[in-house]
Design a protein around this ligand. Structure first.
Ligand code: PMP
Ligand code: GLN
Length: 457
């Protein structure tokens, strides 16, 4: 008979061995299924967080950029027609690199605006939103260690997409030339020496975004020529994200860097149907450029999503065909949308200034950056645990004031995040009544604060 103490010891030993094995297996499994290295550090997204906040607190949402009004009917009707068409193939897969009707009209449009022939079948690629075009451009043109120059504040995915592709982002911030009085997005400039110092033998390219998200800056001829000269000097390419190409205001002029001498051959230009036709939910975009550069994007695309939704492409093609007929005329959607946006921009700039913020009035796009530092004592920032002040400000405003903006530190690299901490980004492609509601909410909040302040004084 085994003495019970020995039995217990034996049993415990066996038990412990099993336990160790289980733990070993679990930890092996957990490292086996960890996020791959190339994605590590990229698991946070301001859009995911702020959409969650929006669902929970239901503020007036001036955060993520999308119109809250109907898309033009000639485009939405074209989608209905495409899906109900007598041609059964319009609901089936189409050509991988772009539905023929869409690449044809994109080729025609950009041939016209660039004043050179763009071959629709070799120089245009249709993608799942402009986002996939940026992804394909970076995946297709980055080897490990290649450097990309990124201008801050940048559309946040540039940083993560460069890193995921194995590249190294090098950042150059725009800084405002003035900080009081009426500030325009054109007052935000880069230091030419600083920009030039980032280029070297390892530079694969620069990511340009004009008109720019989040600032609304429209890069000038002089700035674009400076960038173009650096690209030529260092044999670098330009990814030019021009999704807001048709939204420019007053005297600002959208210049395509691909149109500058010698630049078409080293530029990949990106556009978005979402922005062009106020249909952000369709997620349809494109890239165009020289065949040699586009080839790499096509390889990424065919090994990733392969092809984009056919009826969406058909409908966007119809939209462009109609726009091309009235191109440059007052009734073109490209004109009417900008005209509709201009008073919205001015209305927002006014109500933000009235409550004490300092907005930078954009020359393009549909976002406005504003400095809220003067209102800092109205907001108990300590109530929010986030590291950056703009996150605390925007979260507190969402929860307690009922208005949502985006924290701009997200548009800066870790070393430069402080440059965005006193700022907030608001979106103004919203119905007038909703902009009025935003103004009312902020005026009410501000006046109750002022009342409290004068009562306490
Ligand atoms: N680039 C910029 C500058 C943007 O603001 C956005 C936002 N949507 C995109 C690309 C992505 O566009 P899409 O929705 O067509 O993917
Ligand atoms: N471009 C939009 C914005 O900046 C949407 C962001 C996104 O789709 N990730 O708000």
């Amino acid at each position: 008979m085994i003495p019970s103490a020995v039995f217990t010891r034996k049993f415990n030993l066996q038990h412990a061995k099993n336990y160790v094995n289980i733990i070993r297996n679990i930890s092996a499994a957990s490292s086996k299924f960890d996020l791959p290295l190339r994605y590590q550090g990229n698991d946070k997204s301001v859009w995911v967080d702020y959409i969650n906040l929006d669902q929970k607190y239901k503020p007036l949402n001036l955060g993520q950029g999308f119109p809250d009004f109907f898309a033009p009917t000639h485009v939405t009707d074209a989608l209905a027609t495409a899906t109900k068409s007598n041609d059964p193939l319009l609901n089936q897969y189409t050509r991988s690199f772009g539905h023929p009707r869409l690449v044809n009209i994109l080729g025609k449009l950009y041939s016209q605006v660039l004043n050179r022939h763009i071959d629709p079948f070799s120089e245009v690629l249709v993608t799942v939103g402009a986002y996939e075009a940026v992804y394909a451009a970076l995946q297709g043109h980055t080897d490990v260690g290649d450097e990309w120059v990124v201008i801050e504040p940048f559309f946040d995915c540039y940083e993560s997409l460069v890193k995921i592709s194995g590249g190294v982002p090098r950042f150059v911030p725009l800084k405002p030339k003035k900080t009081s009085g009426i500030i325009s997005s054109s007052d935000w400039v880069f230091d030419k020496e600083e920009m030039a110092s980032l280029f070297n033998q390892k530079t694969k390219g620069i990511i340009l975004n004009t008109p720019m998200n989040p600032l609304g800056k429209v890069f000038t001829q002089d700035e674009l020529e400076f960038i173009a000269d650096l690209a030529k000097k260092w044999n670098a390419i330009v990814i030019s994200d021009e999704v807001y190409e048709w939204m420019v205001y007053e005297n600002a002029k959208h210049i395509r860097i691909a149109s500058l001498p010698g630049m078409y051959d080293r530029t990949i230009t990106i556009g978005s149907a979402g922005k062009t036709f106020s249909i952000t939910g369709w997620k349809l975009g494109w890239a165009y450029g020289p065949e040699k550069l586009l080839h790499n994007l096509k390889v990424v695309h065919q090994n990733c999503v392969y092809t984009c939704a056919t009826p969406l492409q058909e409908a966007v093609a119809v939209g462009f065909e109609q726009e091309l007929e009235r191109f440059g005329q007052p009734n073109s959607y490209f004109n009417t949308l900008s005209q509709e946006l201009l008073p919205k921009r001015d209305f927002m700039a006014k109500f933000l200034s009235d409550i004490g913020m300092s907005p930078s009035v954009p020359d393009g796009g549909f976002f406005m950056i504003a400095n809220w530092e003067a209102l800092a004592d109205q907001v108990p920032l300590h109530e929010e645990p986030d590291e950056f002040r703009d996150y605390r400000f925007t979260k507190w405003m969402t929860k307690h004031v009922g208005i949502q903006g985006i924290p701009p530190s997200t548009f800066y690299c870790p070393e430069h995040k402080h440059l965005g901490e006193d700022l907030v980004r608001f979106c103004f492609i919203k119905k007038d009544e909703n902009l009025q509601k935003a103004a009312d909410i902020l005026y009410k909040w501000n006046s109750s604060y002022l009342r409290q302040k004068s009562a306490g004084a």
